[in-house]
Every structure is written in structure tokens, then in C-alpha cells.
Design a protein around this ligand. Structure first.
Ligand SMILES: Nc1ncnc2c1ncn2[C@@H]1O[C@H](COP(=O)(O)OP(=O)(O)OP(=O)(O)O)[C@@H](O)[C@H]1O
Length: 866
């Protein structure tokens, strides 16, 4: 096959962008070379149009229509591919020879900027990591909103800490230096979370790197607060190099760098975020059933994204927390103004993403109308804000820029219902530009002339059904049906013969046509040019729009807190630095909204003299719920939300740690027990006396005595060395003996009532250890066959004097019951049958005990599908 000049051009460009799928613009189509097209077709499970496939010239290509391209590009990026967009750089009509083409932009998962394809309340972060020895610079940017954060972690031997810092952003793409990627077991987890991870390094001098950053912000490193942060400088300059390489344009909307330290916010690692179900429920991985789901009543996408950020970054400073709480209180008490504000916010579009579209030049005239409709509400918002007196709302009022100059510019220049396409005209309002008005008039008048001419020609020729039409090939023509041809005058020039008619032109018609089409062409060109001028004018004001968007987001979240507080009967917490947590009638914010039974509120009072609570009680009693609710109430207070309690005084907590249940076995080859122990080790290493630790059944993953000893030692260590506030739920009743031995340890249990053979969960936390674990009763509830329950009771009785065996037996029965719940649901018939047919009656207590253990093991292996 002959290689045409265009193919040659294609191959040259493709050579430069080998790792990307190249979308090569050819008129109204984007063409893909067959290898790319095959990948695309496979990934998207579609047959590409295969336009012109088979003709010699374009045989190896397949194309997608220009207007549908976004759809394909989005899908490919989300699958982790890079897509390079190659445009025609000159007008094909005016080009001499082959049209100049080049790649104008590259999309990757972290740089996707088509906001329509994204969840509006979710950010899309690209993270850049730089590692040198044990030091890390991490920065994260969302190019769709311009948000940029950076931090430095020094002398860190623990990859988990770096992982936690990055995963917080749920990035869609990570770029990092070789050093970071080498032997890093967490990369696998990032990848499994649909995140593209790639090496990207720039060998530049430090001065050059500094310059890149200074140029971007137009500020010195000192002013940016990163003069003494070399690792941030490294990761940030790499990030900008990467973005410039991809976007090939300055990213003017990335204006603010938010630097934070290890101790800027409450420490919440990935385990805590997951175990406390802060952003999504563990059951169905959705927002519903999570704290975010309960608190999110925001009405703007910007508010939704900010709320998420606040949840991940609870505050540590009393003054800042109080500022939010007071604002929420004021909004809570002022229903009328809150509702009015909310109604106005409801009309505001995603100003952050629209701003990015301005910078990326992907904004269309309709988007400007969205901006205008948003800005139109700002003066009213400001007016309502004036009525509030809390510090934060007052501060927002004072700084709130209503952007009326931008509103006016759009209002006078852009039509209210413009076309979405830039090259179709119908953008600029009448009266904005004299030439536009004139051209428009000429084009309208031209159409009148045509109508007049038609009437005139009918009259002159006497052909009643003569008509003037238009098509793209011949332009305007006069059409006469076959029967009237004899009446056609000589001056008509025949252009086309149809089955029933002939088409003609006249010099006069051609003259009018030129005037109309010339005006239309000029008009479209001028409207396009004016549109770009308006865009450029607004682009200069992007920082102001972004600032206003941030205030709107803040107001939205505060209103959301006030509304949820009202609906769910929350109270304003008191925060201080007392190190004490006192909660009266606290509730679990999520379970109270989804549970069928009415929620039983519980108290807590822990502080420096009594920091450790050992909580016992049967399975299903409510231990985990109680511990989580304490952590969630503390977290809610520190993000500035009211809390589900009748009273709460929260001594500000620096970090929350959780070790709950069997966590996901994230690394193949690590047992549940290994994961559990490494998590505990990490907690003991990082917690301070200001931390809150939630430990749920630590030690459960190994044999009873080992587990109990580990649990005992852990409590001892926290008590003596860390002195952190700790809630420790356990089935090891032996641990309750620690209360007398260690000053700061108190026993509590979740009370139950025994009624003959059954137990009733009272869900109330009361002082003292549980006297027994009611494993047998719970197993009955769970559906363990009657004969086993009865026999277990007998064995228990005969073992009454042997406390160790009694304890073991309880434990085994109980754990079996626990697994049983899942087994039934997964209908493992064989095991159920075995349980039903087992003959415990003829076993000695020890045999029975062993048998129960074996059953448990089998059940567990069935449950985990081993
Ligand atoms: N205070 C409460 N009021 C009402 N219902 C509650 C309360 N606490 C817990 N529950 C209900 O009981 C269920 C079990 O609670 P939870 O998981 O906390 O028990 P647990 O004691 O930790 O059990 P296990 O030891 O088996 O893990 C919860 O899912 C919830 O529906």
C-alpha cells in the first residue's frame, strides 16, 4: 500500500506519542491508527465506525465522529489509557498543501477535564510523589477544580504512612520517581483501586525546579511557604512539568498552594476512615450508610467536595472549630435565612469546574450562561449573609465578591439561549457589537431578498410553483417542475436535473447568495473571535471566581450541618483542650438512621485519670457500635458539626486509631493475624496521650491464651507508656481483672437481660465486667440446632468448676454462632447438615470442645471460601 503524505504525517506524530492512543483530526472525524483503534474497540466493546476502511488511502484507520469523541476519550482514560489529541492547526480550506497538525493536549486519568463525565461531588486527583532516602514530597492536584495540596513526610521508614497520605485523595493517577516505586508493595493496592501509576522523573537542577514553581504562582518559594521543603519542591515541579507536557498550556487556574504538615489536621489513617465508615459503608461501598451519607445535604457540587475534605481532615485548633460551630449554631437557629440561602445556593452551578473549562478553553457559550445564572444570585446571598453575626459568616460576608462585573459582561454579550458550538454563530447578543448587528441584518435582509425574488420570478415567468431552495453543493437555486420547463426564460442557467424538476441559477440570485453567505461566514468568524475575547477577559478574573466558589462551598457545608442537626436532633458540642471526653446520651449517627429498632443512647466519660475502658458483653450486644459512635462523635465535633448526643464536651483529639474485626487481607500471603498484629503495632507506635484508640477484640486471631496475653500486654503498654484514651472490646473476660490492678482501667459491659433461655439486648453500657458471655444463648438466636444448644448447656454445667475449659467452651460455641450467621446466608448445606446431625451427647466435654473447634474452623474456611 502506498504511504500517502498524510499517513507519513500521522506516523511521525505517533512516533512521538507512542504510549498514547492518538486521536488524529481529519475534518469531522478523529481517525485512529488500526492498532489504537483495535485497543479502543476492545476496551469499549464497540465496533468503531471503520470509516473508509478498505480504500487504499485510509485503509489502516478507523474513525469516530468529532462530536462523539468526548465519549470515547472519557471511557479510554477511565480505563487507564493516555489519549493524545492531534488537531488541525490551520484551516483546511486555506492551507497550502497538507494541513498542519500536531498534538495539542494529552489526557490521562488524573488530568481528565471533561466535568460532565465526573461525579460532581467527587474530586479527581493526580498525585505526584518524590522520594529520596526516607523523605517524601507529596502533592495532589485536581485539574478540574484547581485545588492543589502539598506535604512533606520526613524520616519515615513506614510505607503505610505514605500510603495513607496518598490514598486519602483516592487518586486516579500517580506519578512518582523510580525510588518510590521500587519494592513498594502498596503500588499493587493503588492499581487495584483503578489508579494509574507511572514513573515520571525530570532531571533538572534544583534552581530550575524552583523556577518552574515560582513561574506558575508568580511568587517566590518563601512566599509559598516551601523554601525549606525540598521534597515538596521536587514533587511539585515534577507535577507542573508533567501537566505542561500534557496540556501544552499554562494552567492559570492552579493559583493556590495549600501546604499542610503532619499535625495540621487530626490524624485519620486509611483504617480509621474505613472502619468508621466515614466516606462509604463497608457493606455496599456506597455513600449511603456512611457518615458522609448522613451529613451530606449540600446542594452545590463544590459544597459536596468540601464536605468530603472536611471529613478527612478534622481540625485540631479550638478557635477554628468554634468558628464553624458558632456559624452552624446561627444557621441552626435562623430557619428562615438558612432556607433563603439554601434556595439561592441551589441555583449555583459548579463554578470551580466551569473556571477550569475557561482555562482549558473548552468552555462553550452555554457554560457562560450557567456562570451568569449562578452569579446573578450572589448579591442576594451577600445580602442575607449580612444578617448573621458569627465570626465565620461575618468574615465570609466581608470577603464575598459578588462578581457583578463578570455577570454584566456575560449578560450584555452572550445570548440567553446560545448554541453550544462555537463555530455555529448565534452566540453574541444584539447590541453588543455593531459589526455583528450589521452582518446579522445583512443575512436576515438577504433572506428577505430571496423571498422577494421568488415572488418576482413567479410573476415574471407565470410559473406558480417556482421556488427558490438551497443546498450545500449548489447554493441557492430556482426549481421548476418538468411540466413548466417550456416557460423557463433564457436567462436561467441550468445547474441540475432531477426526476421531476430542473434547477437553475441566475446572476442576480448568485449576487444575493454571495451577500448572504459572505455575511454569515463573517458573522460566525466574528462571533467566535468576540467569544474568545470575552473568555480571555474572564480568565483574568479566575482567582476571584475561585475564591467566591470556595465561600459558597463553605456556606453550603455549614447549612448542611445545621439542617442535619435539626432533622436528627443533634446538639452543639463543647470543644476544649481538656483531654477528657464526656458524652451524654450519645448515639451512632448512621445506625440510628437505618436501624429498625429504636436506638438506645449511651454515655461516656473518659479522661487522663481513667483513659482505658474494657468493654465486655455478648456478641451482637452493641460493643462495636458504642465504640464507633464515640469516635464518630469526636470526629464530628472536630469538623465543626453538631453531634448526636444530649451533651458533649470533647477534649480535642490528635489522632483516632481503630483496629476492628478481621480487616481485608490486603497483601496476599499475610494472614489475618499478621495484619491484625501489624496494625496494632502501628497504633502503639504512633498514638499519643491525646489520641483516641478503638480496639475491637484484639488477639482474637490466634489461640485463646496467646490472644489473651497479647491483649493484656497491649492494655498494659497503653496504660503505662501512651496513656491514650482507649476503648477495648473483648470476649476475654479474664481481662476485666485488670481494673483492680491498673489505675486508669475501668470495666464496662453492654447489658443484657436473661429470660429463661433467651437473652434480650438492652444496649445500655453499664459499669462492671460482664459475668458471662451468653455465647450459648446467642448461638441459639443465630440458629444453631437445638440439640447442640442443649448439649452445650449441659457440658457447660458439668464444667462449672473448671473455669478454663468453661471459658474455652463458651468461646468456641460463641464464635461458631458468629460464623453460623454468615454460613446460613451463604447456604453451605453440607455444614448445616453436619451440625444438625452431630452427636454431642456421646462425647466427653473435652471431645465436645474439640469438635466445636473443628466445626468453627470448617465454618470459617467455608466462609472465606478456602
Ligand atoms: N445502642 C444501640 N441501640 C440500638 N441498636 C443497637 C445499639 N447498638 C447496637 N445495636 C444494633 O445491634 C447490632 C450489633 O451491634 P454490634 O455489632 O455493635 O455488636 P457487638 O457487641 O460489637 O457484636 P460482636 O461482638 O459480635 O462484634 C448493630 O448492628 C445494631 O443494629
Amino acid at each position: 500500500m502506498a504511504v500517502t503524505p498524510m499517513m507519513e504525517q500521522y506516523l511521525k506524530i505517533k512516533e512521538k506519542y507512542k504510549d498514547a492512543i492518538l486521536f488524529f483530526r481529519l475534518g469531522d472525524f478523529y481517525e485512529m491508527f488500526y492498532e489504537d483503534a483495535e485497543i479502543a474497540a476492545k476496551e469499549l466493546e464497540i465496533a468503531l465506525t471503520g470509516r473508509d476502511a478498505g480504500t487504499e488511502e485510509r485503509a489502516p484507520m478507523a474513525g469516530v465522529p468529532y462530536h462523539a469523541a468526548d465519549f470515547y476519550i472519557d471511557k479510554l482514560i477511565k480505563k487507564g489509557y493516555k489519549v493524545a489529541i492531534c488537531e488541525q492547526l490551520e484551516d483546511p480550506a486555506k492551507a497550502k498543501g497538507l494541513v498542519k497538525r500536531d498534538v495539542v493536549r494529552i489526557y490521562t486519568p488524573g488530568t481528565i477535564i471533561n466535568p460532565e463525565s465526573m461525579d460532581e461531588k467527587t474530586n479527581n486527583y493526580l498525585v505526584s510523589v518524590f522520594k529520596e532516602r526516607d523523605n517524601y514530597g507529596i502533592c495532589a492536584v485536581d485539574v478540574t477544580t484547581g485545588d492543589l495540596y502539598a506535604t512533606e513526610i520526613k524520616n519515615c521508614k513506614d510505607n503505610k504512612k505514605v500510603y495513607d497520605e496518598i490514598i486519602k485523595y483516592a487518586p486516579s493517577e500517580i506519578i512518582a520517581n523510580e525510588d518510590f516505586l521500587k519494592n513498594n508493595k502498596y503500588i499493587k493496592i493503588f492499581k487495584s483501586n483503578n489508579c494509574a501509576v507511572n514513573t515520571y522523573e525530570k532531571k533538572l537542577y534544583y534552581e530550575e525546579k524552583s523556577k518552574i514553581i515560582e513561574n506558575q504562582f508568580n511568587k517566590k518559594l518563601e512566599e509559598l511557604g516551601i523554601k525549606d521543603k525540598p521534597y515538596v519542591v521536587n514533587s511539585l515541579s515534577t507535577l507542573f512539568c508533567y501537566l505542561n507536557e500534557l496540556q501544552k498550556t499554562a494552567l492559570k487556574h492552579i493559583n493556590t498552594l495549600l501546604i499542610y504538615e503532619d499535625n495540621s489536621y487530626m490524624g485519620l489513617d486509611s483504617n480509621a476512615i474505613k472502619n468508621l465508615e466515614i466516606l462509604e459503608s463497608n457493606k455496599n461501598k456506597s455513600k449511603k450508610g456512611s457518615l458522609l451519607g448522613v451529613l451530606d445535604k449540600t446542594v452545590t457540587p463544590m459544597g459536596g467536595r468540601l464536605l468530603k475534605k472536611w471529613l478527612e481532615e478534622p481540625l485540631l485548633n479550638k478557635e477554628h472549630i468554634d468558628a464553624r460551630l458558632q456559624a452552624v449554631e446561627e444557621l441552626f437557629n435562623d430557619y428562615k435565612n438558612r432556607q433563603d440561602l439554601k434556595q439561592l445556593l441551589n441555583k449555583i452551578y459548579d463554578l470551580e469546574r466551569l473556571s477550569s473549562k475557561i482555562v482549558y478553553q473548552s468552555i462553550n457559550p452555554k457554560d457562560f450562561i450557567s456562570i451568569k445564572l449562578s452569579l446573578q444570585n450572589l448579591p442576594y446571598i451577600k445580602e442575607i449573609l449580612q444578617r448573621f453575626s458569627s465570626r465565620l459568616l461575618k468574615d465570609i460576608y466581608e470577603k464575598f465578591d459578588t462578581l457583578q462585573d463578570i455577570y454584566e459582561l456575560i449578560d450584555k454579550s452572550i445570548k440567553d439561549d446560545p448554541s453550544t458550538q462555537l463555530k455555529e454563530g448565534n452566540i453574541i447578543k444584539d447590541g453588543y457589537n455593531e459589526t455583528v448587528d450589521k452582518l446579522r441584518k445583512a443575512s436576515v435582509e438577504g433572506k428577505n431578498w430571496i423571498a422577494n425574488l421568488e415572488a418576482e420570478e413567479r410573476e415574471k415567468t407565470g410559473i406558480k410553483n417556482l421556488r427558490i431552495g438551497y443546498n450545500k453543493v449548489f447554493g441557492y437555486y430556482i426549481e421548476v417542475t418538468k411540466s413548466n420547463i417550456p416557460q423557463v426564460p433564457e436567462r436561467y442557467i441550468r445547474k441540475q436535473t432531477l426526476a421531476n424538476a430542473e434547477r437553475y441559477v441566475t446572476p442576480e440570485l448568485k449576487e444575493i447568495e454571495e451577500a448572504i453567505l459572505g455575511a454569515e461566514e463573517k458573522l460566525i468568524e466574528l462571533e467566535y473571535q468576540l467569544f474568545n475575547e470575552i473568555r480571555e477577559k474572564i480568565e483574568l478574573q479566575i482567582v476571584r471566581i475561585q475564591d467566591t466558589a470556595k465561600y459558597i462551598a463553605t456556606i453550603d457545608v455549614l447549612i448542611s450541618f445545621a439542617e442535619v442537626a435539626e432533622t436528627n436532633r443533634y446538639t452543639k458540642p463543647i470543644v476544649d483542650y481538656s483531654d477528657r471526653i464526656v458524652i451524654k446520651e450519645g448515639r451512632h449517627p448512621v445506625i440510628e438512621t437505618i436501624s429498625d429498632e429504636s436506638f438506645v443512647a449511651n454515655d461516656i466519660d473518659i479522661g487522663p485519670e481513667n483513659p482505658i475502658m474494657i468493654i465486655t458483653g455478648p456478641n451482637m450486644a452493641g460493643k462495636s457500635t458504642y465504640m464507633r459512635q464515640v469516635a464518630l462523635i469526636v470526629l464530628m465535633a472536630q469538623i465543626g458539626s453538631f453531634v448526636p448526643a444530649s451533651y458533649a464536651k470533647i477534649g480535642i483529639v490528635d489522632k483516632i486509631f481503630t483496629r476492628v474485626g478481621a480487616s481485608d487481607d490486603i497483601f496476599a500471603g499475610q494472614s489475618t493475624f499478621m495484619v491484625e498484629m501489624s496494625e496494632v503495632a502501628n497504633i502503639l507506635k504512633s498514638a499519643t496521650s491525646k489520641s483516641l484508640i478503638i480496639l475491637d477484640e484484639v488477639g482474637r486471631g490466634t489461640s485463646t491464651y496467646d490472644g489473651m496475653s497479647i491483649a493484656h500486654a497491649v492494655i498494659e503498654y497503653i496504660h503505662e507508656k501512651i496513656k491514650a484514651k482507649t476503648l477495648f472490646a473483648t470476649h476475654y473476660h479474664e481481662l476485666t481483672k485488670l481494673e483492680g490492678k491498673m489505675k486508669g482501667v475501668r470495666n464496662y459491659n453492654v447489658s443484657v437481660e436473661e429470660k429463661e433461655d433467651d437473652i434480650i439486648f438492652l444496649r445500655k453500657i453499664v459499669p462492671g465486667g460482664a459475668d458471662k458471655s451468653y455465647g450459648i444463648q446467642v448461638s441459639k438466636l443465630a440458629g444453631l440446632p437445638y440439640s447442640i444448644v442443649e448439649r452445650a448447656k449441659e457440658i457447660l454445667k458439668s464444667l462449672e468448676n473448671d473455669t478454663v475449659i468453661k471459658f474455652e467452651l463458651e468461646n468456641a460455641t460463641q464464635q461458631l454462632a458468629f460464623t453460623q450467621i454468615d454460613i446460613f446466608s451463604t447456604a453451605k448445606d453440607s455444614l448445616i447438615e453436619e451440625i444438625a446431625n452431630c452427636d454431642l451427647d456421646n462425647m466427653t466435654p473435652i471431645q465436645a470442645l474439640n469438635y466445636l473447634y473443628k466445626l468453627k474452623e470448617k465454618a470459617i474456611s467455608l466462609r472465606s471460601g478456602v
